[in-house]
Design a protein around this ligand. Structure first.
Ligand code: HPA
Ligand code: ZN
Length: 319
């Protein structure tokens, strides 16, 4: 039985399996530049974050209707539940869809319908995190946030993702201020490919409560001390880090060093359809490659609830 856990770093578009991509392409009459699911899987060999993002955005073309977004989220939640996930805080990238002419309401209401049913259908509680594409302009993020306002009852927080280097967090100060004003939680990807200074900037300029990835904090001992002292959660994604070549092999992954430094780390899947595994696959991979014992794995699972946006009473019940 997989350990009960929360998944805190999951891009719903990154859970699009080749089989579902082909089914939605057929349903919507969208041509795909691959002859088969096998051929598509062969394209899953990445040099870096950008080479992955190119394919990730290209495949979003099959997502058109509310039902598509519902089916995508429902398929993820079914798989996640089988891997012990009891709570999922799910990113979505509205700009990847609105830029193709899909209304933001179609995206949020489709995902929302699947999330509404998730506790009953799959035993998974959920939260939705609206993520801004950091390689788009600050104005585009602001316009996206304004267009999401009628749907904010379905949204629990905001995040920041896509190509990191050259797009520092401070660019999004204003939209994060508005999000805080609207009572939303704040997280951001930082220190995946970008420098440790982006982690500090995300904390100080955007007021983030959690850092997604955060791997490169290890290059700055003063920052590690701060993250440990303040118990800022880091949502680490081991299989993603290997596939996007942030680390050479799983055996070189700094997860154990991060735990030993007193950091509040969690283990997550990021884009499971592309990186070779869902939540418990990531747990199993680090157990094997880093020789983590059962107590450490239990700590990682407990951390995932501690670091979640569940209310304190619910957290206590799950720990
Ligand atoms: N990093 C940045 N942006 C992303 C990722 C990631 O791993 N996955 C989807 N968007
Ligand atoms: Zn991510």
């Amino acid at each position: 039985m997989p350990l009960p856990k929360a998944e805190l770093h999951l891009h719903i578009e990154g859970s699009l399996e080749p089989e579902l991509a082909f089914a939605l392409a057929a349903r919507n009459g969208v041509p795909l530049p691959y002859a088969s699911t096998e051929e598509l899987r062969h394209a899953y060999s990445f040099r870096d974050l950008q080479s992955f993002l190119d394919l990730y955005y290209a495949l979003t073309a099959v997502l058109r209707t509310e039902d598509d977004f519902h089916d995508l989220a429902d398929a993820y939640l079914r798989r996640a539940a089988a891997q012990g996930v009891r709570h999922a805080e799910i990113f979505f990238d509205p700009q990847a869809h609105t830029s193709r002419g899909v209304p933001i309401g179609t995206v949020i209401e489709g995902l929302g319908r699947a999330l509404d049913q998730a506790e009953h259908r799959h035993g998974v509680t959920t939260r939705l995190i609206l993520s801004f594409l950091r390689d788009q302009s600050a104005e585009s993020a602001l316009a996206t946030f304004e267009s999401a306002r009628p749907h904010l009852h379905r949204v629990h927080g905001v995040g920041l993702d896509s190509a990191e280097v050259g797009h520092p967090p401070a660019k999004f100060r204003e939209v994060y201020r508005l999000a805080a004003e609207a009572g939303l939680h704040r997280v951001a990807h930082a220190g995946e490919e970008g420098p440790p200074a982006y982690i500090t900037e995300a904390l100080d300029e955007l007021g983030v409560e959690r850092v997604d990835h955060g791997l490169r904090c290890l290059e700055d001992p003063a920052l590690v001390d701060r993250l440990a002292r303040e118990q800022v959660p880091l949502t680490v994604c081991p299989l993603s880090n290997v596939r996007l070549r942030c680390v050479d092999t799983l055996a070189d992954h700094p997860l154990r060093r991060m735990i030993d430094a007193g950091l509040l780390v969690t283990v997550n899947s990021d884009d499971p359809a592309y990186f070779g595994g869902y939540a418990d696959d990531n747990f199993a991979a680090v157990r094997e490659a880093l020789g983590l014992d059962d107590e450490t794995l239990r700590t990682l699972a407990a951390n995932s609830f501690t670091a979640s946006f569940l209310d304190e009473e619910t957290k206590a019940a799950r720990l």
